[in-house]
Design a protein around this ligand. Structure first.
Ligand SMILES: Nc1ncnc2c1ncn2[C@@H]1O[C@H](COP(=O)(O)OP(=O)(O)OP(=O)(O)O)[C@@H](O)[C@H]1O
Length: 603
């Protein structure tokens, strides 16, 4: 019979070498010394809760289904035991890691590289999602790599053409298990499941336990230990969540004020509803001399990966991202969402393995969205953006599930962060014609679901009311800037960026592998400039500033870049010193900068 283990039931080893008694350390987990060296190089102080619980189980050969919040270190929780097993192998063994997006595949590959820094010659990983010719791929796979990382589609087609051999497969992981089915990988996963050797160890990692995860559990696991990490178990950190009720045009006004007066100190991801909105916002911010870069499914994958890498190195401060086909419906609320984006309900009978490894019949029910552009694209899920101070939902997502994953891009690894969401209430929606219907129609309905969903996790979504009187002073300039951002300008910017990025992408692929040092020349936050440039908008005249003066708004207390709880207010050492001398103050969330901007109730 399947047993559901509460996270607290899991026997956690007591510390022996470098920890207090009862405290779990990486050493006490019994990992290979070469891995411990690599972990030390990462300056990871101790295993995160999900690592402390999942690693011993995985080392013990158990199938594991782990649910832990976004940014809680799930990747290392499955990679470390796999690497350990490969290093300790008596026979040849190998692992297959399935992830929903190419960005994630690249990210996982990087994590493998980091952890194998001291045993690189003993472990070889191949990322199958790289767009290389079949001949190159054959060469890469020729001498049986230890780890193969792929999206389910890539894995299925490579298995089909016998590019990948499962002969020695001993481990299989599905990361972001709650997402893969929503990405339309159902038949690929079924194909993979059919040909997997019996008795291999499987691990499913997920931020939420949905029916989709249950489906995968049935398909791939044998009597798995189910780990459900409560949020409270994830040490420290957390996202302070705020909403601002405002009209569509006020979103632009607030955006101007927030960035021009530098109310956000640290890096920010702005989420919008669609690709055009990305460019509208970028051009709008350009009017004020504020640089940003864009992430959307239209851009070539090399550019997308490069943008994330550079953002993580603090080269850019602002990413404007559209997660247009990641807007997943709320599984549990699907019945009352008849007016949301149409979703295709796929119901099939799938073959699944039962505890004995035999095939059994089990109904496979799931929702699936048809995807428009690059199916393997994903921003709000899984991508490890480093040190994001604020997630700004310029357009509210259309489901609470999307919201959870968007805000999970901040406050990672025990840090703190802030999520600020613009919500257009029905009455203000009437007043101002929205530029994006999709982004505003459901706002209040979605907000109610978000609040309910967060309340279940004991989280508050608080109102954040600007003193709109003070903000109004900037309206004239907002109007000036918005008028320059015409539809034609947006269209031009979109095609220009695509053209530029395609060129860069090709170059990136061919040239920069050999010259990694040159990468910084290919910046992604350059001005697109199709909009009329109004240089006066780049400066904020003194008379526009609130009475307290600019100084009070940009005082040293401003900033809410995540600090690691329990580290006396200092950020993790590995992040410190990476801000390239741009004077970012590393302070905690107590000093919420937006509050210096006189928060008041809306009349
Ligand atoms: N033990 C640790 N101590 C400190 N930082 C850690 C530790 N383990 C992982 N991290 C860092 O935490 C961050 C988040 O890790 P990871 O991407 O694995 O999270 P996740 O749980 O998979 O998130 P998501 O659900 O969004 O995919 C990474 O930057 C990683 O380097």
């Amino acid at each position: 019979m399947k047993r559901k283990l509460d996270a607290n039931d899991v026997p956690v080893p007591t510390g022996n070498i470098d920890g207090q008694k009862g405290e779990v350390t990486f050493t006490s987990l019994g990992l290979d010394p070469r891995l411990l060296q690599a972990i030390a190089k990462q300056s990871f102080p101790a295993p995160t809760p999900v690592q402390a619980k999942a690693i011993p189980l995985a080392l013990d050969g158990r199938d594991v289904l782990a649910r832990a919040k976004t940014g809680s270190g799930k990747t290392a929780a499955y990679i470390l035991p796999i690497l350990h097993s490969i290093l300790k192998r008596k026979l040849f063994i190998s692992a297959l890691i399935l992830v929903p997006t190419r960005e994630l595949a690249e990210q996982v590959n990087k994590v493998v590289e980091l952890f194998t820094a001291f045993c690189a010659k003993d472990i070889r990983a191949v990322n199958l999602t790289q767009r290389v010719s079949e001949a190159v791929q054959r060469t890469l796979l020729a001498d049986s790599p230890d780890i193969v990382i792929a999206t389910p589609a890539r894995a299925a087609s490579s298995l089909d053409t016998s590019l990948v051999s499962l002969e020695n497969l001993s481990h299989m992981v599905i990361d972001e298990a709650d997402l893969v089915l929503s990405y339309g990988y159902d038949s690929d996963l079924q194909n993979v499941a059919k040909i997997l050797p019996k008795g291999i160890q499987t691990m499913l990692m997920s931020a939420t336990l949905t029916t989709e995860v249950e489906t995968l559990k049935g398909l791939f696991c044998r009597n798995p230990v189910v780990l459900e990490l409560e949020e409270a178990e994830d040490e420290g950190g957390g996202v302070s969540q705020y909403v601002v009720k405002c009209a569509e045009d006020e979103k632009f006004l607030l955006l101007y004020v927030i960035f021009k007066l530098k109310l956000i100190k640290g890096k920010c991801i702005i989420f919008v509803a669609d690709v055009d909105r990305c460019y509208r916002l970028k051009l709008y911010l350009e009017q004020f001399g504020t640089k940003s870069c864009i992430l959307n499914s239209e851009l070539p994958v090399n550019s997308r990966i490069h943008v994330v890498e550079e953002f993580n190195k603090n080269v850019y401060d602002i990413i404007i991202a559209s997660d247009e086909h990641e807007v997943l419906g709320d599984e549990e609320e699907s019945k009352d969402q008849g007016d949301e984006e149409p979703s295709r309900v796929v119901e099939e009978m799938s073959k699944s393995r039962d505890a004995s490894g035999e095939q059994s019949q089990q109904p496979l029910k799931k929702k699936r969205k048809t995807t428009k552009k690059d199916k393997d694209y994903g921003v709000s899920r899984g991508i490890d953006f480093k040190d994001v101070a604020c997630v700004l939902n310029f357009d509210l997502p259309t489901s609470s599930k999307s919201y959870t994953h968007r805000i999970g891009r901040t406050a990672r690894a025990g840090q703190t962060g802030m999520a600020l969401s613009f919500v257009v209430p029905a009455e203000l929606h009437q007043k101002h014609k929205p530029t994006s219907i999709e982004s505003t129609v459901h706002d209040e309905k979605v907000l109610a679901k978000i609040v309910k969903h967060q309340a279940k996790k004991g989280k508050d979504v608080k109102p954040y009311n600007f003193d709109m009187k003070q903000v109004e002073a900037f309206r004239y300039r907002m109007g000036d800037a918005l008028r320059a951002v015409t539809r034609i300008a947006i269209r031009e910017a979109r095609t220009r960026e695509l053209r530029q990025e395609l060129m860069k992408s090709e170059k990136l692929k061919r040239h920069f592998e050999e010259n990694p040092g040159d990468l910084h020349h290919l910046r992604h936050d350059g001005e697109l400039r199709p909009a009329r440039v109004q240089s006066h908008l780049k400066h904020v005249p003194e008379y526009l500033l609130p009475k307290e003066g600019k100084k009070s708004i940009t005082s040293s207390e401003i900033g809410f870049i995540g600090k690691k709880i329990g580290e006396n207010g200092t950020r993790k050492a590995r992040f410190a010193g990476k801000s390239k001398g741009r004077g970012k103050k590393l302070v905690g969330r107590k000093s919420d900068p937006l509050k210096t901007f006189k928060a008041k109730s809306r009349k």
